[in-house]
Design a protein. Sequence first.
Length: 150
Amino acid sequence: MGNASDLDALVNGLLPRLYTTAHWMARPPIRPEDAVQETLMHFIRSHRQDPARIRDPLGWCLSVLIRECRRRPRESSLPTGDILSPAADPAQEAADRERDRILHEALAGLPDDERDPIGLHVFGGMTIRQASEALGVPSATVHHRHPRRI
């Protein structure tokens, strides 16, 4: 990862996961786009100072993203469309929007210590072990707070 194009490729590879995770984890008044932007600024700054320090870029970014989602101001709007997969037709798109709304409300109703492991595991695509390392909690804690809770 010695040059700018390598860093650009790395950041572009992280963006889809970061945006998806931010949209699901952010609660009003958090703006997901702002949380992702702040996360990437921290990542790029840290990577330029000492690239070897960041062994797991996705895990590192998701840990920062959690902190950003807890403190950044945001509009109260929900994400539009289905973030996880494209809809096949208008009826499916409407059903997906309703599912997204219900899931977002369910996640928003959870306390941070329960929402964060679910967000990292389900929407961030991390394994239970990676989510536990990112949060600094035992794997059993993340496993206990698995998506069955929603």
